[in-house]
Design a protein around this ligand. Structure first.
Ligand code: CNA
Length: 331
């Protein structure tokens, strides 16, 4: 008999899970506006014709990047975390589960750093298995480049070259096909899979190894496996302790939060973070406007709201956002 959601929730609430793992993929970030890879029609692999690649995976292959770096940099502009920096409800759901019940580890295949931006999960618990846009290195001389400088060059030039050796291409610390995964992944793997008693796999096609092996390696007699995804993937459904929640990640997160009694807190958390980040965006644009264009900044000064007025504005916007989410999710 497959696991039942209400039973899993009641075990969670009574503290019955002590080693909870999350394994997430691009599907938990699609509602932030970032396309995944493999969803037909909207996924990046369906929309690569403009990059004129010999085959879709070439865009993440080191040998191809060295020869033809433009497609990768074009894609990096399109899915840049500077552009998409709003975590989804599911990101906040993971943080809330950690706050309430404790999470052992979050394995993410995503490179968008939205787990970090959402906050609430200590860094040592997050394994960015395929790296991220957070660090950048020259592939020739290995010099580091800050994200600020990388983005500055990325949005100015066709390709990003090293400030130090001047010729080497600079690549974000995203793991390309054939590259080694970060050491942290291998350091955590053994103990995590042997201790896991609940694994929540969400928004992934489980097509990329070795990450895809994690849900296969957790112990069948000890670990409940929950799949939250638009489609059935991997071997989910073959074990007695499997629970399949097929649908959108945000919707499923809200459903579980409702059963656990923290739905309102979850929506509130997203609302507050959104207000905070809008506030920061306003501060940054005020600074950059006055830095780059004093005349324009002076001109605008009388119409710019005070800090308190701005907060009220963003609070209002955040409330409208929460209502819109509720509308969208039919709750
Ligand atoms: P994938 O192969 O594109 O699979 C995505 C999965 O999520 C599919 O099974 C979809 O059906 C499912 N899905 C899509 N939208 C939703 C949704 N709203 N709710 C629930 N399920 C949904 O992506 P994977 O992550 O499995 O593949 C691993 C690759 C993708 C990694 O190397 C990533 O670096 C790479 N990637 C990351 C991002 C990102 O960082 N946001 C974006 C695109 C690709």
């Amino acid at each position: 008999m497959p696991a039942i959601l209400e039973d899993v929730v009641s075990k969670l609430e009574s503290g019955g899970f002590n080693n909870i793992l999350f394994l997430v993929g691009a599907g938990i970030s699609t509602s932030a506006g970032i396309p995944d890879f493999r969803t037909p029609g909207t996924g990046l692999y369906s929309n690569l014709t403009k990059y004129k690649l010999p085959y879709p995976e070439a865009i993440f292959q080191l040998s191809y990047f060295k020869k033809s770096p433009e497609p990768f940099f074009q894609l990096a502009r399109e899915i840049n975390p500077q552009k998409y920096n709003q975590p989804t409800l599911f990101h906040y759901f993971i943080a809330e589960i950690h706050k309430r019940y404790g999470v052992r580890r979050v394995y993410t295949q995503n490179i968008d750093t939205l787990e970090r931006i959402a906050g609430g999960i200590p860094e040592d618990k997050i394994v960015e298995a395929h790296g991220s846009f957070a660090n950048n290195k020259c592939i020739k001389c290995s010099a580091d480049m800050s994200s600020e400088r990388f983005n500055e060059l990325l949005f100015k030039d066709k390709v990003v070259r090293c400030d130090k050796c001047k010729t080497g291409l600079v690549k974000p610390s995203i793991v390309f096909f054939g590259e080694q995964l970060p050491e942290k992944f291998f350091e955590c793997w053994d103990e995590d899979v042997s201790k896991a008693d609940l694994i929540v796999v969400a928004g992934t096609s489980l097509a990329v190894h070795p990450v895809a092996a994690i849900p296969e390696e957790v112990k069948e007699d000890q670990c409940t496996r929950v799949l939250i995804n638009k489609e059935k993937v991997g071997s989910f459904g073959e074990r007695e302790n499997d629970l399949l929640l097929l649908g959108g990640a945000d919707e499923m997160a809200l459903k579980i939060a409702r059963l656990c009694g923290f739905e309102d807190e979850l929506l509130e958390l997203q609302k507050k973070q959104k207000a905070r980040s809008d506030d920061n965006d306003d501060d940054e644009s005020e600074v950059s406007e006055s830095e780059h264009s004093p005349e324009e900044s002076d001109h605008r000064a009388p119409t710019t709201a005070t800090k308190d007025e701005a907060s009220v504005e963003t609070e209002k916007e955040a409330e409208e956002l929460a209502d819109a989410i509720k509308d969208k999710l039919n709750i």
